[in-house]
Design a protein around this ligand. Structure first.
Ligand SMILES: NC(=O)c1ccc[n+]([C@@H]2O[C@H](COP(=O)([O-])OP(=O)(O)OC[C@H]3O[C@@H](n4cnc5c(N)ncnc54)[C@H](OP(=O)(O)O)[C@@H]3O)[C@@H](O)[C@H]2O)c1
Length: 322
């Protein structure tokens, strides 16, 4: 099979497409023929060697995929060859086949295409649980999303609207802001002079911060009394420092959301959320935005589109049959 390979941590242009032996399924594992794999921001950090957990080289990047099961190992129940599934892994998905524990894949509901399935999982699960478990967003509240045109951001805009919130999207370009408005944001703002712009727009009950850096503090300053500021990611690469007097004066709650850690501590909540998300996707109430689909040979360009901020929503890689 063909796979994208990272032989040395660093720049994306060091990645190569190589021929590897087909994987086989051990006990409790399944092999999936990857139809589409989604690029996540963390893939770029893992390739660069700057993620919180290191992947020893050489490795195949890629953490989210959808496709068909081609082999099941001993002790696998409830999943059979031919089943359409989506799944996640730390690395390995930017390849024609991936081997993962059977517990890491979910059978797709009928009617869900494999591209949408690949684009859906991490972004919507992160947005949904940030909004429900961490922010406890309520109908009629004002939700501000920083980095709103990215994968998690657009999902948060769409879900916020679905939950009955008034959504203010913050994004860097006119085209990105237009997309946020089309996805249900009532207001879309650039980052400059953010505190004043947010105050003029009525302030925030909830902030979902996907970018960090210099944008966190102005949005915290624009919060209403009793607001919830949820830190989810640092796409700017900078971890902000928050003056705690701002938190004290307005009775603001600052919370973090990280899907892996929350999922280990409260797997039942994430299972319930996942089931609800699958229902909403199947009902057509959620539609992941796919910016572009690249063949495996152009996987570096797919990763670069996310790294250089030109993409919106999700970027996919389709390994094809070779
Ligand atoms: N906590 C969790 O469980 C969890 C789960 C998934 C993702 N995340 C994190 O959440 C963040 C967003 O993830 P995502 O999948 O939505 O990523 P994405 O699709 O790449 O979107 C990131 C957005 O951040 C903005 N941005 C601002 N400064 C940037 C910079 N220097 N480089 C790149 N983008 C920049 C960009 O929008 P503008 O151009 O409009 O600024 C971009 O649309 C990432 O930090 C990711 O690691 C966390």
């Amino acid at each position: 099979m063909k796979a994208l390979r990272c032989s040395v941590h660093g720049a994306l242009d060091g990645l190569t497409v190589d021929e590897l032996p087909d994987p086989t399924a051990g006990p409790g594992e399944v092999v999936v023929d990857v139809h589409a794999a989604a690029v996540n921001f963390s893939d770029i950090l893992i390739v660069g060697g700057t993620y919180q957990v290191a992947a020893p080289v050489p490795f195949t990047p890629g953490s989210e995929f959808a496709g068909r099961v081609v082999e099941t190992g001993p002790d696998v129940e409830g999943i059979a060859p031919g089943d359409a599934v989506s799944g996640s892994t730390f690395v390995g998905a930017f390849a024609q086949r991936v081997v993962v524990p059977a517990t890491s894949v979910t059978a797709l509901p009928p009617g869900i295409d494999l591209r949408s399935a690949a684009a859906f999982g991490v972004a919507y699960a992160t947005a949904y649980h940030s909004l429900t478990l961490a922010a406890e967003l309520r109908e009629g509240e004002t939700l501000v999303v920083l980095g709103a045109a990215g994968g998690v951001g657009l999902a948060a805009v769409e879900l916020g609207r679905l939950f009955g919130a008034r959504v203010i999207a913050v994004a860097s370009s006119e085209a990105k802001r237009e997309l946020c408005l089309a996805k249900g944001a009532e207001v879309a703002l650039p980052y400059d002079d953010l505190k004043r712009r947010l105050a003029d727009a009525g302030g925030a009950d909830v902030v979902i911060d996907l970018v960090g850096g210099e944008h966190a503090e102005p949005s915290l300053r624009a919060m209403r009394w009793g607001g919830r500021f949820v830190t989810v990611g640092f796409a700017t690469g900078e971890i902000p420092r928050i003056p705690l007097n701002l938190v004290m004066l307005k009775g603001v709650t600052v919370r973090g959301f990280e899907i892996g850690g929350w999922g280990r501590r409260d797997p039942e909540a994430l299972r319930r959320g996942g089931a609800e998300l699958a229902r909403l996707l199947q009902a057509g109430e959620l539609k992941p935005h796919i910016h572009a689909v690249y063949p495996l040979e152009q996987a570096t360009a797919a990763l670069a589109a996310v790294a250089d901020r030109t993409s919106t929503g999700k970027v996919l890689i389709e390994p094809g049959d070779g």
